[in-house]
Design a protein around this ligand. Structure first.
Ligand SMILES: Nc1ncnc2c1ncn2[C@@H]1O[C@H](COP(=O)(O)OP(=O)(O)OP(=O)(O)O)[C@@H](O)[C@H]1O
Ligand SMILES: [Mg+2]
Length: 133
């Protein structure tokens, strides 16, 4: 791993900070303006979920070089309440908070690879990657 930087999510300012970090790394990797927007939106959604549902956690941004490809990887991790039914939260419109329920399915659509792992009372980890093309 060439580069990894993490931001602890404790308050709403941290969401802004990790979004900015993600934009800077995306620029360094020469992602275009549209992909930069996709990446920063995904980061915001994941950080906001941590803040709202787990209270705190962290979001790490990694540069990923695999099989001659260049990517930006987001790792969002918390030790919050976890998600009961992952299949359900990946459907558009499912929310336990009166939100749009567009966050996680949206992140999956915006990025190229998406993986979610969650255990009740243990926490949630989302790992998602965008490849440069
Ligand atoms: N980190 C997390 N820990 C625990 N539960 C989570 C976490 N992230 C998401 N969830 C659960 O998954 C549901 C769906 O999340 P999603 O981001 O897709 O929609 P939302 O946050 O409810 O609404 P929106 O993001 O559109 O404002 C949430 O309502 C919440 O119950
Ligand atoms: Mg959300």
């Amino acid at each position: 791993m060439e580069f990894q930087s993490c931001v602890k999510i404790l308050n709403e300012w941290d969401i802004v900070a990790v979004r900015q970090l993600g934009r800077n790394v995306a620029k360094e990797l020469h992602f275009g303006i549209v992909d930069q927007a996709r990446i920063t939106t995904a980061i915001s959604e994941l950080a906001r979920n941590i803040f709202l549902y787990a209270g705190q956690g962290q979001v790490c941004i990694e540069k990923d070089f695999k099989d001659g490809k260049t990517g930006l990887k987001i790792i969002a991790k918390d030790n919050g309440p976890g998600i009961q039914d992952i299949r359900k939260v990946m459907e558009d419109g499912f929310s336990t908070s009166g939100g749009l329920g567009a966050g996680l399915p949206g992140v999956k659509r915006l990025m190229d690879e998406f993986d979610i792992d969650s255990k009740l009372n243990e926490g949630t980890t989302v790992i998602t990657t965008k490849w440069l093309r």
